[in-house]
Write a new protein. Sequence first.
Length: 531
Amino acid sequence: MGKKRRRVEIYDTTLRDGTQAQGVWLSLEDKLMIAERLDAAGIDYIEGGYPLSNPKDKAFFEEIRQRRLRHAKVAAFGMTRRKGSTPERDEGMRSLLASQAPVIAIVGKSWGLHVRDVLRTSLKENLKMIADSVGMMTRAGRQTIFDAEHFFDGYRDNPTYAMKTLTAAAQAGATCLVLCDTNGGSLPSHVGQVVEEVARRFPQAKLGIHCHNDSDLGVANSLAAVAAGARHVQGTINGIGERCGNADLVSLVANLVLKCGYDCLREGDLERLTELSRFVYEVANLQLRDNQPYVGLAAFAHKGGMHVHAVRRNTATYEHIDPAAVGNQRRVLISELAGASSVAIKADRKFKIDQDRAVQRKVLQAIQNMENQGYQFEAAEASFELLVRKTLGGKWYRRFWDLDHYRCVILQTADRRPSSEAIVKLVMDGKPFHTVSEGDGPVNALDGALRKALRERHPSLDQLRLVDYKVRVVNPRAGTAARVRVVIEFHDEVCGYFGTVGVDENIIHASWRALTDAIEYKLLNESEKRT
């Protein structure tokens, strides 16, 4: 039998700490959907929020009880009782119990600075507040986690008092003592030393770590804590959170499992990591971070010809893990830096041109010529695929329509907002389709008119959704006559996420090229899947 892997609990606080990030807002239904995904991904604890803070968090705990989570335990977050009161009279304490959450996370001050300047009470009273609050929850039969806020700063200032806060919580029945780097300013060396000392002082206690990312060390500090004895890790999906964010659970879990040999998720759940990361981005209406380790679109992307050539022979030359281990995939980026090998790898999975050097060179020459005009295909894999299809011809490419013309009109009057109208005339099988659509802008109107013309024959286009739209000036010295590059990212149920690109001096025509590439890409791949 193999050696048993050491267990580290994963505690997610995306639904509370994550929502404190600038630009993040989650509806009740959003929070419930994310909670279900976290549960399906094997996360141990899901912190739903602070039930006293707002009606939505209170409603979350009522609704989540109806969802029947299969693995995760739901935790309610709250602060210690108010100074000079009792937990029974404290509204916050009562709201935690009323949430019926099986796990309660109590946050208490461990830094004298906060006790004096924020709570404005005595160090002794703060210890009583911790003990009373944790004790009330444990007597009620709730699993109670104590979050020692600002612990590393508090330990640096007064280690004796910081330890006393942990003692108060432990003696009151806390099942886990979580050391928080709330300001995110600690270094891994300090975190490791402090956790080792706490582990010596509390040999029977389960220790946890909660790090913020203000020094870009949230993940590193969490790993240092685990190496020093922590067996409970807190963070958020994609590291979203207040200020610079929290420790990113995506990278943390991948590192703990793949690099450190810990048992964090159930068998097979690690492969859902990329899907979970992108789902949270989508629901939170945030842009995917391409260079995010493990799960980003660029995490296993190769651009330089020498790198691509090496990966083709042995993937370990430029990849630290198999992308499939976390549900991601290898990408070969096409640019003027690429060689024929890059084209072969990029296109070979679908088009089998590995042995056809003439086709490889022809595609590469077309890429280099287009990039000289301002095209870039790194974020526009769908446009690259269409280029290969058109080069190969035959069964690989067919036209779905011919353009007769399109026209955009923008009307601006003194007393109303500008309105946009697009007219598109296509010819399909010799039959004209003439459509008109209004939109919030000319690109939106063009998109609407194009879809309206195609919808009767291709109703699945309703599933194609624009996710992001970027414009970049290619030759800025030309001023307002400069050529622009438009990159559009789409999502579709059949094709997943993909990007297209268009370049022209006219921003509308550049957008048209990117829009039509997306529709052609979808329809071609969809028709092949049916056959």
